[in-house]
Structure formats: C-alpha cells, structure tokens
Design a protein around this ligand. Structure first.
Ligand code: GUN
Length: 282
C-alpha cells in the first residue's frame, strides 16, 4: 500500500479562510476584531519562527496581534504582571506565551496565571480538565489540529486502536484525551514503556511526538495504519525531519503526515480558531 500524504498546509489554509470569513461577518455585525497577545521571551530561533508564523496567520485572518518581545532576563514577577494586565484588558481575547521559557521562569506558574477564557493554547489545568471530562472549550492547538485534520479527511476514529508516543503536557497528554474523546482505545508510550515496537505494530493510528528522528521505524507500522508525525527536528544539514522513517512508512500506511507541511500548519490554524472562540465566550 502507498499512503495518501496528508497535506496539512492546504487543510490549514482552508480553515484560515473560513475563520477569515467568519471574522468579516462578525465585524460587519459590529464586533471588534479578535485580539491575540503574543508573548515571546528571548531569542530562541525556532520560537521566533513559530511566533512569526502565528502573527502572519493573524494578519491573514483579520485577527489583531499585540506583540510583547521580552528580554530573556525578565523576572518571573515581571512576566506575571504582563499576563495579569492582559487578563484584565477587555480588548484582549487570547494570550499566547511561546515556550520554551528561560530556566529561571516556572512554566507551570506562568500557564496557571493565564485566564482560562483567554488560554488559546489550551494549556491551563482548567482547559485540560474540561477536555478530560469530555466538555472541551479551548483545546490544545496541536492535538486539536490533528483531530480537525482527520475530520476533514472524513476518517472515522471510533473504535480504532491508537498509540500516542510522548507524554508531554502540551502534546502527548492532550492528544491522548482527544483520541479518547473521539472514541479510540488509546495507549500512551513514554521512556519507560516496554515493547514500544509491538504496541506500534498493532496500532490503527500512531501519533508520535518525541522529537527523535527515525524513532518510529517504517517496518513496525501495520498495513493500512494512519501515521501522524508531530516530531520536528532540525538536522545539522538544516533539513527538518519528523519522528517517523517516512520513506518506508509511506509504503505501509494508508495515511501519513509529512514533516514539514503536516501537523505544523494545523497548530497555527487552530490557534486562530481558538482566538475567535475565546472572543465569543460569555
Ligand atoms: N512552543 C512550541 N509549540 C508551542 C505552542 O503550540 N504553543 C506555545 N505557547 N509554545 C509552543
């Protein structure tokens, strides 16, 4: 079998067009443009690229973005006070604090300081909790982007055996919850998991988010499986690669996401959707 390569870029672009249309309709009805505060700390080159893409998507959809580019020696207190101001500002609908943060700042404290109604990354305990009890509102962008992508392709997830690789708070865990919500039977693998190969080889859908090139061997994949690659690594030769041995995997899978051009654009698009959702919250 040769897999259908999922074009995340075009699915995301369609989603951005729909968001733009809705924002035009809403502004014609007298609503203001949704507004996203984008907080970037330091000079991490990858973070600068990601934030640049998010700001470009705001421009494309008609979302106003307000950038806070902060020095990496900013104190935790100063950052908390910026978040507090954003929480209190009625003109701001969403707050994005790009991670990773400098080591002297507690990511947990920063995330918990964000008003859950403005938590467009879907990272706060409140929003993760809502997803866990099957009533999500603002959903973590990457896992939600994966689900939207599969829905667009009319892939029915009910009853599938899913394996998530990686247990991070931002991706692996909410991905587990999203797949459970979609009625998959979900296994989550991490560094202490036994027989990862065996688990992957039995999976109808594999979602990998470890950031280790070629972690998922193509030959492990079950014929006809759905392979979603969230890993992203820049090699020494500057090539960007995912976690999956793509060339071999694509000969076994039914669907596979490329890296780049797969899940990445969906993360940005769902951030825009969340900002619009946040604006509409009572
Ligand atoms: N760093 C890498 N990905 C993300 C993301 O989706 N949101 C935030 N806030 N930081 C990130």
């Amino acid at each position: 079998m040769t897999a259908k390569i999922i074009d995340g870029k075009s699915i995301a672009s369609e989603l951005l067009d729909n968001i733009k249309e809705e924002i035009i309709t809403r502004t014609n009805e007298g609503h203001s443009s949704p507004t996203l505060a984008v907080i970037l700390i330091g000079e991490n080159p990858a973070s600068k690229i990601y934030v640049g893409r998010k700001i470009m998507a705001c421009e494309k959809t008609g979302i106003r973005s307000i950038s806070h580019n902060l020095k990496d020696d900013i104190s935790e207190e100063e950052l908390l006070s910026i978040i507090k101001e954003c929480n209190q500002d009625k003109d701001i609908d969403g707050i994005l604090v790009q991670s990773p943060l400098p080591e002297h700042i507690s990511e947990e404290k920063i995330i918990e300081a964000i008003d859950p109604k403005k938590d467009v990354d879907g990272f706060t305990p409140h929003n993760i909790g809502l997803l866990a009890i099957k009533t999500p509102i603002l959903r973590s962008c990457t896992p939600y982007g994966v689900i939207k992508m599969l829905n667009t392709l009319n892939i029915n997830l009910e009853g599938l055996d899913a394996v998530v690789i990686g247990q991070s708070n931002h991706v692996g865990r909410p991905m587990f919850l999203e797949l459970l919500l979609a009625k998959c039977t979900v296994t989550i693998c991490h560094s202490k998991t036994k027989n990862v190969q065996e688990k992957i080889s039995q999976a109808d859908i594999v979602v990998s988010a470890v950031g280790v090139p070629n972690f998922v061997k193509g030959e492990w994949i079950k014929d006809g499986a759905i392979i979603i690659d969230i890993g992203i690594t820049r090699l020494d030769n500057n090539k960007i690669v995912g976690d999956v041995e793509f060339d071999i995997a694509k000969e076994k899978a039914a669907f596979i996401t490329p890296v780049p051009g797969g899940v990445g654009p969906m993360t940005v698009a769902t951030l825009m959707e969340n900002t619009l959702i946040a604006q509409k919250l009572p």
